[in-house]
Design a binder for this molecule. Structure first.
Ligand SMILES: [Zn+2]
Length: 137
């Protein structure tokens, strides 16, 4: 996934970064993994041509952007890799992720709850009272 890389929260401009979620990436074959990376670098090449505001421009036409990235990667010679990526995403990865959605969401919820409780404990230790906490959360 090609995402903005901000220097600070107030920045209006940003660079780009490719983010790979390894547990998902590992579900693909080596051939499809090359397709994933070619697709992401195709987004980067397109972002460079779009210039400032590239991320918002891409999001506003997301489906077209996805097809465009695949077309660029195919033009670069990664056609077989893109074909493997599409086929494995449709036949293997998405069904597997769909079947694991409930477990993934439960795990995310637990992690979120643990993080929230740790934050509450730190705030209590800092002397913030319960009523104030209720207003903050
Ligand atoms: Zn994409």
């Amino acid at each position: 996934m090609l995402n903005p890389l901000y220097e600070s929260l107030s920045d209006k401009t940003y660079d780009a970064q490719v983010i790979v979620t390894l547990p998902v990436f590992r579900l693909f074959s080596k051939e499809a993994q090359v397709g994933v990376m070619a697709h992401e670098f195709a987004h980067a090449e397109h972002a460079d041509r779009l210039g400032p505001g590239w991320y918002e421009k891409m999001l506003s036409r997301y489906a077209d952007e996805e097809k465009h990235a695949d077309r660029i990667a195919v033009q670069w010679g990664f056609g077989d890799h893109i074909k493997a990526l599409r086929s494995e995403r449709h036949e293997i990865v998405n069904p597997l992720l769909d079947s694991r959605t409930r477990r993934i969401l439960r795990r995310l919820h637990k992690a979120d709850e643990a993080s929230r409780n740790a934050m509450l404990a730190r705030m209590r230790a800092a002397g913030i009272d319960e009523a104030e906490l209720d207003n903050l959360i």
